[in-house]
Ligand binder design. Structure first.
Ligand SMILES: [Zn+2]
Length: 206
């Protein structure tokens, strides 16, 4: 414990032996068969075998021969520690992000359920519908949004909406939310104007 994980299980003594053997046996002539097949398991492993950072320059013939000997001596090295740690960190980060997104979604679902219940209490049966068309962008209207649509006429204080229109529908933006398509269950409203009105109704019935 406490020691830095290595990319090879070959001991320093074994590595010294391999290096000495490579220096003795490689000779001045390149063996094309070995050059063609000698492949380091991975860069971290190669750096430990060669005793230098890889990637800075091409390996020399004696170095390739050393790699060839080391692959024979260690056909299955441990996983490269830096790459493995980096991948684990990336995966942990991704998992954290996924969990946060799931929790945020659950919070939004819960908030919408409460809002829906408050609207029902105020006499409004609603569902979320999507608006695919838009003529222009208005401050009070979210383009292509998911709106809170009344299933029956709703009259609450000064708020009057017919069945089939969105909470955000007013004479000035009615043409923007003319076409509202039912969407599969579970979609949450995204229209901020609809949500603002729904919250104000909820506040008054609570
Ligand atoms: Zn809306």
């Amino acid at each position: 414990m406490g020691s830095t994980p290595r990319a090879t299980n070959l001991t320093p003594e074994e590595l010294e032996e391999l290096r000495a053997r490579a220096a003795r046996e490689a000779g001045p002539f390149v063996n094309p068969a070995i050059v063609g097949t000698a492949r380091a398991h991975n860069p971290e492993w190669a750096a430990e075998i060669l005793g230098r950072p890889v990637g800075a320059r091409r390996s020399t013939w004696p170095e390739l021969y050393l790699i060839h000997l080391a692959v024979l001596a260690e056909p299955t090295p441990p996983p490269p520690p830096k790459e493995t740690a980096a991948r684990a960190a990336r995966e942990a980060q991704e998992e954290k992000r996924r969990r946060a997104a799931a929790e945020e979604h659950a919070r939004q679902v819960e908030a919408w359920r409460e809002l829906e219940a408050a609207l029902l209490k105020a006499g409004a049966r609603v569902e979320v519908r999507h608006n695919y068309t838009s003529h222009r962008h208005l401050e009070t209207y979210t383009q292509g949004g998911d709106h809170v649509v009344l299933l029956e006429p709703f009259h609450f204080g000064r708020l009057h909406r017919e069945a089939g229109v969105s909470l955000c529908c007013t004479p000035s933006n009615a043409h923007n939310v003319e076409i509202l398509e039912p969407i599969p269950d579970g979609r949450l409203p995204s229209c901020q104007a609809c949500l603002r009105i729904a919250r104000s109704v909820a506040r008054r019935v609570s």
